[in-house]
Design a protein around this ligand. Sequence first.
Ligand code: HEM
Length: 377
Amino acid sequence: STSYPFYGEHQAGIVTPAQDRLHFAAFDLTTESRDELIGLLQDWTAAAARMTQGQGAGPLGPTSGSYDAPPDDTGEAIGLPPSRLTLTFGFGPTLFRKDGKDRFGLADRQPDSLRRLPHFPQDNLDAAKSDGDLCIQACADDPQVAVHAIRNLARIAFGRAAVRWSQLGFGRTSSTSTAQVTPRNLFGFKDGTANLKAEEPALVDQHVWVGAGDPRGAWLAGGSYLVARRINMTIEIWDRQPLGEQETVIGRTKAEGAPLSGGTEFSPLNFTLAGSDGEPLIATDSHVAMVHPDNNGGVQMLRRGYNFVDGSTGLGRLDAGLFFIAYVCDPVTHFTPIQTKIGRADRLSEYIQHTGSALFAVPPGVKQGEYVGQALF
Ligand code: HEM
């Protein structure tokens, strides 16, 4: 089948096997009306339920309806299959409180963990590529299908919400299912080897889905938190590094993605095994040593990032990198400590720069007849 169900216990696009393409958009509300916000979520739900099944955004479609009104679908997906489109919706901290103002009467329902991420060491964030009241992650195997979905959802939002920033991505950088081969990121390394996989439901329950414990976040139970980080890679500098340095930085081989402590791609990492010089074979400041669960109190995340190339800078360098997306049950325990540590000490930090950042709470799945995030209202 080339389509995934829209309705379900959890939103699609999280444990769904990562598709090839991404269009991610963050929105700011332009209305202060609670009813208009709810109306927007209802309209988005209806359009998402249709588009993920390969139908037009509205019931009339791109080429019928009144001659005197714009069509309820823009048309560029005519004839294209659903392409495994998933649309995943999230709520940013500013939906609940912005500049001290509670625009929608939601402030008492803001979970403690839904706060703007702190400033991390070496962050160089662009406000025009960060934050947002709402987000939509569109993933599909065809970029035209993902772009069509975001375009139509933005059109539907007109007068209620406007796109704040958006990001295209290609070449998924993570596998989220054991059925997928591990793809490569723009540093040329396999990415996603040790990722949380859909086939590990107990670990996904433990590390990805929000539990029922938070009194202000009861509406979020069965949902997740989405951490988005636009990470530029200094490709030209990386490309001048010897293979040995590249492998030391990551802690795995470039060819197979095997740990430098030995074995094959999926062999366990051994952080104590030392070489003839007495130094650990996996350097303590290598990326995998920094982020591995054993060295972070057992914490795991479900990574679902994409490569991006947004053309070149005026200096002739690629404006390229990894649009990092991670789903976690709580960013305070599952992201912030790790990012703080790697910003300071990860050898990979010499070759990357974080240029965008956002955090969203992703409500649980939608039941037929309901709208996304309904339990919040
Ligand atoms: C693993 C690359 C940023 C968390 C890996 C691996 C590579 C990689 C090649 C090894 C393969 C695998 O197990 O998936 C990169 C690059 C980044 C980046 C190029 C930036 C451009 C981050 C960030 C975080 C992170 C910001 C979180 C704060 C992880 C985790 C693992 C991992 C948790 C799995 C480690 C394990 O369990 O062994 N990354 N990464 N990565 N990365 Fe990153």
